[in-house]
Design a protein around this ligand. Sequence first.
Ligand code: 164
Ligand code: MG
Length: 368
Amino acid sequence: MKITEVTIRQLSMRMKSPFTTSFGTVQDKQFLILEAKDESGLSGWGEGVAFEVPWYTEETVKTSWHMLEDFLIPLVLNKDVQHPDEISAIFKVIRQNNMAKATLESAVWDLYAKRTEQSLAHALGGTKEKIEVGISIGIQPTTEQLLQLIEEHVTAGYKRMKVKIKPDKDIEVIRAIRARFPEVPLMADANSAYSLDDIELLQQLDEFNLMMIEQPLASDDIINHAKLQKQLKTPICLDESICSYEDARTAIELGSCGVINIKFGRVGGLTEAKRIHDLCMQHGIKVWCGGMLESGIGRAHNVALTTLQNFVLPGDTAGSNHYWDQDIISPEVIVEDGYIKVPEGYGVGYEPNMESLEQFTVSKKVYR
Ligand SMILES: O=C(O)CCC(=O)C1=CC=C[C@@H](O)[C@@H]1C(=O)O
Ligand SMILES: [Mg+2]
């Protein structure tokens, strides 16, 4: 397989509603879509998940485009590649910049699956024909508005609710949710808003039967997560702390978490995501597929990844219609009663909608 042409598009898409976390709010989402073409003209597609602002990791849309243009595309263009696993090996000479790497690597995975006439799910070793999904709800102006959204999503059939917490918007919010929804599968994502000084406060969350508390402490604080986990009944789930197989191995060895949220963009691509999935399976650590407010291209890759056996917990892959009035794939990703049917077509199994793709494109460059 030889990638003979790469096209990077920057898209601007307005989300149906703003998404607020302890770091800020996004509604006009800027992101990259990458198309990798082989010598036969077949295309594989990937999505860049870096935000415009470096609050989730150090990467941004601009750093991703720079890394792809100046380093990553030149390492792959017109090179003979037998299997997409080779891409992450080729990229080892470049430090970090995982989201930029995953943008190109995932497109090569999609292209490889199309060339070998199989679904991406099958190429990754996935076995499921449908996947269970949950939904992630950003911070709401009032608790009542949050409860109304939870009601809507429970009625829509989503299999678990994820809410954001931060100091002064934690215990009472979870208490109000439990008062209204005593049984709903529920988790809280803190996006590193706490420290070990908050142990007593975080222990209060143990009374609410949460599935997990996601990323309570700083992303580089795997040791203190191990100290905190020993003091909590509720499993800790790590997200921002796990950027590689080695991070996962360290967290598992130290007992820093009981669950890991895998986002292939955060760890540098689908090959590394598979390695982390397999390691977690060996050690009895459950995983689920996180989201980065993706359009349909990234969403499609997440569906394929979630077909792997140890993705045993519902992830954040909600339907296209939760985020967008018009997605850039057809068909769109549809959630029915909390399930997504895994497409059987080759590659990601969803076709780019070229009309809407061009409509949302704000800049574009072709590399040969
Ligand atoms: O894509 C989705 O719907 C999940 C969005 C989501 O919860 C997150 C996206 C990006 C950073 C965080 O705010 C949060 C997460 O940590 O998982
Ligand atoms: Mg998270």
